[in-house]
Design a protein around this ligand. Structure first.
Ligand SMILES: Cc1ncc(COP(=O)(O)O)c(C=O)c1O
Ligand SMILES: [Zn+2]
Length: 404
């Protein structure tokens, strides 16, 4: 393993790769640092090899990892959307193809592996639903018990999926932030490993880097101009950027892409801070959007939002907010024009791209990757009602309906 340790993003204090969630001196977010000098010659030698995962740049040993086919999700070219928006290339990264139906399998695979390594028998997670299902599944596979805290508003599909994997699922009243704060307290009082996939667990975020590693291989080394990512607190977007930064430091790509963080208008603390040119993100007490996966008001941990904002600026990208109507339109467009069935949060990146293109935020010759982060089957209530007729097996009855 080439991970050297943890480093505080605020005061630079170094820590070994142990169970620690925040800098003890300043409360700052901790990040894994790697020994690039040792990794570089190995990466140069193995450049052409397509790996299941690049363990050189992850904080655990390959043979200690709990995996079940996460990653290597397909990329799909969206030629029709590209020409409609006047862009040179639009590529979807189909994260809904992961084993439990969202990108969260990537961070959770790392987090559950670390829980085992650190000797825990139980894990806890606060989640809007997708990380909950991933934690439940990977914990089951690892033989660990999982306690899953979700907001009351989490769709029944996600709750049932997590419960069916055997997790102890508990709904917590109020917004997602209430789950986050409760998980933190429960982890401390009950000695549970906190798998919450914000920035509290320095290991889980690393799993998102594999999206970047795969994109480099899948696009034959081409780095897109922009990567559009739906963001709650933002670890998926930060992880993807960090993956590109690793590869740039090792000379495998020239430079990372610009990152575009897409939020919903009803929950836009990071987009708002970006638009205002603020240094720090302000939390939001009562966020509301149909995109439950990105409905995180950051109440009690607004630093996480500031961390993501800093990364957006570092990448020379931007953040924006889209309305629920724009998200719904993108979800319908993906299903009915591209054949791709995603949940509202999974479509938010596309809504952000459509808005950016029509507002002239990105150049016409741009190459863009959009992350489709979660499966449509995860939230069926947002699909509305359909008038589905029931008929006898009678062709004249059928003709009457379809030729109407
Ligand atoms: C489908 C979906 N997209 C995007 C996100 C936001 O990701 P992050 O937590 O990395 O900000 C989530 C988070 O749960 C999600 O479920
Ligand atoms: Zn510190």
């Amino acid at each position: 393993m080439y991970a050297l340790g943890l480093c505080c993003v605020r005061c630079n204090k170094k820590y070994p790769l142990k169970v620690i969630y925040k800098c003890v001196d300043c409360g700052g977010i901790l990040e894994v640092v790697y020994d690039y000098e040792q990794i570089r010659p190995i990466e140069m030698r193995d450049k052409a090899r397509q790996r299941s995962k690049n363990f050189n740049l992850l904080p655990l040993e390959e043979d200690a990892s709990i995996v079940m086919g996460e990653g290597w999700t397909p990329i799909v070219e969206a030629n029709r959307l590209a020409s409609q928006l006047g862009l040179s290339k639009v590529i979807f990264k189909c994260e809904f193809s992961n084993p439990t139906g969202s990108f969260k399998d990537r961070p959770i695979s790392i987090g559950v592996s670390k829980a085992l390594e650190f000797g825990y028998s139980r894990v806890v997670i606060a989640s809007s639903g997708n990380a909950a299902t991933a934690a439940a599944a990977y914990a089951a596979r690892a033989g660990l018990k999982s306690i899953v805290l979700v907001p009351e508003s989490t769709p029944a599909e996600k709750v049932k999926q997590a419960a069916f994997y055997g997790a102890r699922v508990i709904r917590v009243r109020g917004p997602y932030s209430n789950c986050f704060n409760l998980a933190e307290e429960a982890a401390e009082q009950l000695n549970l490993f906190n798998l919450t996939t914000t920035f509290i667990n320095p290991y889980t975020v690393e799993g998102n880097k594999t999206i970047a590693f795969e994109l480099v291989d899948q696009l034959n080394g081409l780095v897109p101009d922009y990567v559009f990512v739906p963001i709650g607190s933002g670890p998926m977007m930060v992880g993807i950027y960090r993956g590109y930064v690793d590869y740039a430091a090792l000379g495998l790509v020239e430079s990372p892409p610009r990152m575009v963080g897409v939020q919903a208008e009803g929950c836009d603390p990071i987009a708002r801070a970006f638009a205002e040119g603020a240094i720090e993100v302000e939390p939001l007490a009562n966020p509301k959007t149909i995109a439950g996966g990105i409905c995180d008001g950051l109440w009690g941990y607004a630093d996480d939002g500031t961390h993501t904002l800093n990364y957006i600026r570092r990448s020379e990208g931007y953040a924006l907010a889209v309305s629920d109507e724009e998200i719904k339109a993108a979800q319908i467009c993906l299903a009915q024009k591209e054949g791709l069935f995603v949940e509202p949060s999974g479509a938010a990146g596309v809504a952000g791209l459509v808005k950016s293109a029509s507002d002239g935020m990105i150049g016409a010759d741009s190459c863009v990757v959009v992350i489709l982060s979660g499966h449509g089957l995860k939230d069926m209530r947002v699909l509305g009602e359909f008038d589905i007729p029931v008929i006898d097996s009678d062709v004249w009855e059928l003709i009457k309906i379809v030729e109407d």
